[in-house]
Write a protein that binds this ligand. Structure first.
Ligand code: 6R9
Length: 653
């Protein structure tokens, strides 16, 4: 172990050994916090609907709702009859209050270029783009795919859709043409907004080229609107492809915001599912906006003078809720960064914090573990004294990483809020309130006010202490309204495991103090560097290669990424295993799904362990891949298979 790793280990052990070591909020933090009184929990529990309605009424509504909640399990309607517009709530209302000159976005491009945009600037760009979209025939309810790098136009695009009532579906810029195609086809989008390219780790991502490949097989696409970012040469198909700037420059400055029903769709965001086909998670307007508006205040304690930085990509739900809708509904000033944390050097994030005097920083455990590996010299070389609050999201944060983050980034001064939530939940559901909650490293602490998250047994019985499944017992405003076009799958995935509670798919423990400890997914979804990838998705990509007969994929523990992908592969006859095949298959998966899904390890085998009904026993493969003693093998059809595999794996490792 290096000296530094040793030191971190010792610090962690010290912290964890002090029995019940709690990190209580400092008096100063408590005194200044927006929420400093734990009575908020009690108030919410007394009357959940009235509590949420109070927070909803802090938004601007064109028409007030008649009824707070209509709950026909598993279908919820919140703020029934109410009318509002998300872009109005993120822009117009702030400008009407005189905040037009307030900085909205401090954008930093990877090559070092930067842009500073006020609320007025964003407002103008969004209105113009909204008019462009209308002019291109996009109407209320139509779907628009957004495939952009982390540039301000991504925010404009989302808010412009919201302004005219079009439904956006943002596809992460790192996804392949196949992944983009699948999402565009499922959503039946009319238009794609993309860029010529984007910068990532000094290289150019060929976004337009990828969008072209996808669009070739998407008959619903009428236009591709292209933002000029890199200036590289790209083919433009006449009639279909249009330059963003040419249209936006000429567009009118004002576009009336569409009064949307509280339950009108705001967006679809695709997330991986166990059957391989991604699920289009549907969010609507009123409840979603209430959830993200309120939780941004409670959890991030955002005040007018704060500089907030959420490092997520806009292609994930974290970017939707805590870059676009939550912070902007709160008139926050925030950082948006295009590129990677190690470009040009491993201190880019810390340099940005120093340059812009960031006060609140929200990132993922996989990033924190990478920073730990890189060493403290990088943050130590920058002035991080502006920071006052740190956040974590995406996967369980191990206590070592928590303590490192608290000490080396927060300098033992900033509370760390570990926030648990999902694409499906829309907003944070489990998290400390930084001015109220005593923190335990590694625990996301307690459900937020108004949220009934519990740990249940296999039979669905709520337990006060011990391990089980994380479930949510009553509806919350920003909950998903379904899976796009597939009500049956919605019911089956989330509402069939337990009789009357939402099944999160995560395991969790609750301790004697009522603190929650999240344990990761209980199903076959892997969490690689904070991104959900289903085993099935990777398996189907592998089998898609003509040399592969069969495959089984498992997630194995990885210090940095949380999980890494190991694939067991049976080749078709006449194909040779070896380094060349290994590379071919890894490349194939990366091309089919995206680089994030590239397997770390491929194990060639002649057979796979299966149950009698033909189901692959992934649990056993995981045991093998992680070098553990084999668990129960009684349901195995042929016990020899597993022994042979184990030997082979050990030989190769
Ligand atoms: C926001 C987001 C959701 C899954 C979720 C869980 C894991 C997220 C976590 C966490 C432990 C946390 N997860 N935050 N696990 N502690 N603070 O990440 O959404 O991409 O849909 O992933 O991520 O397993 O079920 P999404």
């Amino acid at each position: 172990m290096t000296k530094q790793a040793n030191q971190t280990k010792r610090e962690t052990v010290n912290v964890l050994l002090e029995e019940n070591r709690l990190f209580v909020p400092s008096d100063e933090f408590k005194r200044n916090a927006l929420i400093r009184d734990e009575s908020i929990y009690e108030e919410a529990a007394q009357n959940r609907e009235a509590f949420w309605a109070k927070w909803a009424s802090e938004l601007d509504w064109f028409q007030k709702w008649d009824k707070v909640l209509d709950w026909q399990l598993p279908f919820a309607k919140w703020f029934v009859g109410g009318k509002l517009n998300a872009s109005y709530n993120c822009l117009d209302r702030h400008i009407k209050k005189g905040l037009g000159n307030k900085t909205a976005i401090l954008w930093e491009g990877e090559p070092g270029d930067s842009r500073k945009l006020t609320y007025e600037d964003v407002y103008r760009s969004v209105n113009k783009l909204a008019n462009v979209l209308k002019g291109l025939g996009v109407a209320k309810g139509d779907r628009v795919a957004i495939y952009l790098p982390m540039i301000p136009e991504a925010v404009f695009a989302m808010l412009a859709c919201a302004r005219i009532g079009a439904v956006h579906t943002v596809v992460f810029g790192g996804f392949s043409a196949d992944s983009l195609k699948e999402r565009v086809r499922d959503a039946q989008a009319k238009l794609i907004i993309t860029a010529d390219g984007g910068y990532r780790r000094g290289k150019v991502l060929p976004l337009k080229e990828t969008a072209d490949q996808a669009a070739a097989e998407c008959p619903t696409i009428k236009h591709i609107l292209v933002v000029r970012r890199t200036g590289q040469n790209i083919p433009m198909q006449s009639g279909r492809d249009l330059w963003y700037h040419e249209f936006v420059d000429k567009a009118q400055d004002y576009c009336e915001p569409e009064p949307m029903d509280a339950e009108d769709m705001l967006y679809i965001l695709y997330t991986s599912g166990t059957t391989g086909k991604p699920k289009g998670i549907v969010h609507t307007t009123g409840g979603y906006m209430t959830g993200v508006y309120a939780t941004t205040r409670w959890v991030f304690d955002i005040k007018p003078e704060d500089i907030f930085w959420c490092t997520a990509d806009i292609g994930w739900v974290t970017g939707h809720s805590y870059i676009v809708y939550g912070p902007m509904a709160n008139a926050a000033t925030q950082i948006m960064y295009e590129g990677s944390p190690d470009y040009p050097e491993r201190d880019r994030f810390w340099k940005i914090i120093e340059k812009y005097k960031v006060t609140i920083f929200y990132t993922a455990p996989t990033a924190i573990r990478t920073f730990m590996r890189w060493g403290t010299q990088w943050p130590d070389g920058c002035d991080l004294s502006s920071l006052r609050l740190l956040g974590s999201v995406g996967e369980p944060i191990n206590p070592e990483a928590w303590v490192w983050y608290h000490k080396h980034i927060g300098k033992d001064r900033c509370p760390v809020v570990d926030t648990w939530w999902q694409t499906e939940t829309g907003c944070i559901l489990i998290s400390p309130l930084p001015g109220v909650t005593a923190l335990k490293p590694g625990s996301a602490t307690k459900p937020l006010p108004g949220v009934e998250a519990v740990v249940v047994t296999e039979e669905g019985k709520t337990i006060k202490e011990g391990g089980g499944y994380l479930a949510i017992k009553s509806p919350w405003p920003s909950m998903l309204r379904g899976i796009y076009g597939d009500d049956e799958r919605y019911k089956k995935t989330y509402w069939s495991r337990f009789k009357d509670a939402y099944f999160t798919g995560d395991g969790a423990k609750i301790d004697a103090d009522g603190y929650l400890w999240l344990l990761g997914r209980v199903d076959d979804i892997m969490l690689v560097a904070g991104h959900n990838i289903s085993t099935m998705e990777v398996e189907s990509a592998l089998v898609d290669n003509p040399s592969v007969a069969e495959s089984a994929v498992v997630g194995i523990t990885d210090e940095i990424k949380g999980q890494a992908i190991a694939a067991f592969v049976i080749l078709k006859e006449g194909n040779k295993p070896g380094e060349k095949m290994d590379e071919t298959l890894k490349g194939h998966v990366a091309k089919k799904i995206g680089a994030i899904a590239r397997p770390q390890k491929i194990i060639f085998t002649a057979e796979l362990p299966k149950t009698r009904s033909g189901k692959i026993m992934r649990r056993l493969l995981r045991d093998i891949a992680e070098g553990r003693a084999l668990g129960d093998v009684t349901t195995l059809a042929d016990a020899h298979v597993i022994e042979a595999l184990k030997e082979k794996y050990q030989e190769e490792a």
